[in-house]
Design a protein around this ligand. Structure first.
Ligand SMILES: *Cc1c(COP(=O)(O)O)cnc(C)c1O
Length: 334
């Protein structure tokens, strides 16, 4: 029985073309800066996203951590969403390893942070307070795309108040494909951006942090410190380059699949949140566990959360989703 895994877009298998690209990639020792494929990936993304430099790292968690630590010193503070990955899902790394204090604010329904609340949370220059240095946003946020005008307003506020602006762009390309704009139109508002290659783009491993030369120089030192300096890493970077060159525009298929799934479940009477990109959220309350069990018997892998998240990706077809809709129909609304 084919397994249909909707838990995340991290579960994809490398495509045949990607495996070929990995097998034939020229390699060197990246800690010496000598891996031509890593160097090509870093310069490709820096150029495409409009930054002076970039750094290849094993995970998005490390990329965000290095970004936060390169922007903030001990005793500094960053403003971040309560639901943001950097705050909630990265083991508190910025606080544990960077001595950086988070100032979390509630996310708005559209995934943004209210900029009046952000402005009010910026601390005065007073030795009682941590030094507020950075605002970190996430895009997409739970599958929602932050509007470009919002990004421009966040840029204006942070510039006026002397803060840096970081983007956790794990799913940056889902946002750009959804908006139909070049990714650079999003990233141009930020001082630094972290992009995941191992989500919807379909690479097995890897993220890239982008920023100024000085910022990436600092992040490169920190990457060595936390054990992220890899050797013939071009084997992995080749997968990322292949993803960027061949698997970006197809994200629109994931978005169309998610929209169709959301609509079909809503027609069955399920409480489905509006779908923007590749995530479908359904309110299941205390029935999540039993739905998960029923789907497991039909080769469908789900998480078991009261607010169930289903994520479409390149290994999920519309035929698979017909099977998912059938399973939901069988389960029924109470
Ligand atoms: C997946 C993800 C990350 C990084 O995750 P890793 O598993 O460490 O690569 C960061 N931010 C967001 C929003 C993510 O979804």
């Amino acid at each position: 029985m084919a397994v249909i895994d909707l838990r995340s877009d991290t579960v994809t298998q490398p495509s045949a073309g990607m495996r070929d690209a990995m097998a034939s990639a020229p390699l060197g020792d990246d800690v010496y800066g000598e891996d031509p494929t890593v160097n090509r990936l870093e310069s490709w993304l820096a150029e495409h996203l409009g930054f002076a430099a970039a750094l290849f790292v094993p995970t998005g968690t490390m990329s965000n951590l290095l970004g936060l630590m390169a922007h903030c010193e001990r005793g500094d503070e960053y403003i971040v969403g309560q639901q943001a990955h950097t705050y909630k899902y990265e083991g508190g790394g910025a606080a544990v390893l960077g001595s950086i204090q988070p100032q979390p604010l509630d996310n708005q329904a559209d995934g943004s942070l209210d900029l009046e609340q952000v402005a009010a949370a910026i601390k005065a220059d007073d030795f009682h307070f941590a030094r507020t240095r950075l605002l970190a946003l996430e895009n997409t946020m739970h599958g929602k795309v932050l509007p470009l005008e919002y990004l421009a307003a966040a840029r204006a506020l942070t510039r006026e108040r002397g803060l840096n602006l970081h983007l956790d762009g794990a799913r940056l390309y889902n946002a750009s494909v959804k908006l139909g704009v070049d990714a650079r139109e999003i990233t141009s508002h930020f001082d630094s951006v972290s992009v995941c290659l191992s989500k919807g783009l379909g690479a097995p491993v890897g993220s890239v942090l982008c920023g100024s030369d000085a910022f990436i120089g600092k992040a490169r030192r920190l990457r060595k410190m936390v054990g992220g300096g890899m050797r013939q890493a071009g084997l992995l970077a080749a997968a990322g380059l292949y993803a960027l060159e061949h698997q970006v525009q197809r994200l629109s298929e994931d978005h169309a699949n998610a929209a169709a799934l959301g609509q079909a479940l809503a027609e069955l009477g399920f409480d489905v949140e509006p779908v923007q990109t590749n995530m479908v959220y359904v309110q299941l309350g205390d029935r999540a566990q039993s739905l998960k069990a029923l789907c497991a018997e039909r080769g469908i892998v789900l998480s078991a959360a009261p607010r169930l998240r289903m994520v479409t990706h390149m290994d999920v077809t519309s035929a698979h989703l017909d099977q998912v809709v059938s399973a939901f129909a069988e389960f029924g609304v109470r």
